[in-house]
Write a protein that binds this ligand. Structure first.
Ligand code: AHR
Length: 339
């Protein structure tokens, strides 16, 4: 990895060369959405100091998990810690993320980090970052690309493992009872949606738990509730819900209660995340099991970004460690829960 100032010179040349091409299109686009990215030419100010200018494109604000993840990043990548953080919220839209990344390239930031809303469709913009010699770090979600030189490192949970742990617990508890399950899936095409579905399906294969329907609730409480309402109208024999995150599980609880059934008893619920609201519902007996997905990725991102800028080798894949909680474990963990 080349040094920061050398890379800046390379980036400047690239941006000049690119002006006639994609940046012309970029300049007519809006600034990144809703994240307070001032577009103040951060590269220039940072060149005179050791501050690392990092452009971060967040997925959105769809869930309690996302709020905790954003807070971790903003609390860690501070001026005191040596960062000038440029943050933008893509509102769950890939086109907003691509626009934000192009803006960061144009601003010649030192590092770009992002959590890709969906897995595919990133090669072109990542090639632009690479050509500008701006390293990219993936956080939380993976990209599906043949070329792993397009990013330096990917920091985040193993989503297949999360789905598998959820499914294994379901089998351990409920196999032999002929359970009918429904699935509230995350955003279509997102890594956690694809991987959690796969992990859960693999784990229940061979048991008598039958997945009778699956639909996206887009990782939000509102859509989770709406999808569950539809399932309850369509089927009167649902025994189990696997929700790809707590928020959709919490939406499902509302729908189940409105239908006159008891969540956690008449219909069992397994979710992923472990945010406070989810853990409270688990402790209250309304959810049966939660597989944690740790959102506190700020410290790892700061460490990897510093190493990348210093030209040090970094691990290509950093897997975040996650726990899992049943109702008793949630009661014990809740008082110290950070998010
Ligand atoms: O990518 C992580 C997932 O995204 C979390 O499980 C979910 O809550 C969030 O929206």
């Amino acid at each position: 990895m080349m040094s920061k100032n050398f890379r800046r010179a390379g980036a400047a040349l690239f941006v000049t060369a690119l002006t006639a091409a994609s940046l012309v299109a970029c300049s007519s686009e809006q600034a990144p959405q809703g994240g307070g990215d001032g577009g103040d030419g951060g590269g220039e100010s940072a060149a005179a100091s050791d501050t690392i200018v990092l452009g971060f494109s967040q997925v959105g604000a769809e869930s309690g998990w996302r709020a905790a993840n954003t807070k971790s990043i903003q609390d860690t990548l501070t001026q005191e810690n040596g960062f000038d953080l440029k943050f933008s919220d893509a509102q769950q839209k890939q086109e907003n993320q691509i626009q934000a990344i192009r803006s960061y390239i144009q601003q010649q930031v030192d590092v770009i980090a992002f959590s890709p809303v969906v897995e595919t469709g990133w090669d072109a913009v990542l090639e632009e970052a690479k050509a500008a010699n701006i390293p990219v770090i993936l956080t939380d979600r993976a990209v599906d690309s043949e070329d792993d030189t397009l990013y330096e490192s990917f920091i985040g949970s193993d989503f297949v493992e999360e789905g598998k742990r959820a499914g294994e617990w379901a089998v351990e508890q409920y196999d032999g009872e002929g359970y009918k399950a429904v699935e509230l899936q995350g955003t279509t095409g997102a890594a956690p949606m694809i991987d959690r579905q796969q992990g859960f399906a693999d784990a229940i294969a061979g048991s008598d738990i039958e997945m009778i329907d699956s639909q996206t609730g887009n990782f939000t409480r509102t859509e989770g509730k709406q999808v569950m309402e539809g399932f309850l109208q369509k089927y009167d024999d649902i025994d189990l819900v696997f929700a790809h995150n707590d928020d959709m599980g919490l939406g499902a609880i509302e729908a189940i209660e409105a239908a006159g059934k008891v969540p956690g008893k008449d219909i069992k619920i397994i979710t992923v995340d472990g945010v406070k609201d989810g853990m409270q519902a688990l402790a209250d007996g309304k959810i049966n099991y939660i597989v944690e997905c740790n959102p506190l990725l700020g410290p790892d991102l700061a460490e990897i970004a510093k190493k990348v800028v210093a030209g040090e080798e970094v691990e290509k894949r950093i897997v975040t460690q996650d726990e899992a909680f049943d109702q008793e474990a949630a009661k014990a963990a809740l008082p110290d829960r950070q998010y």
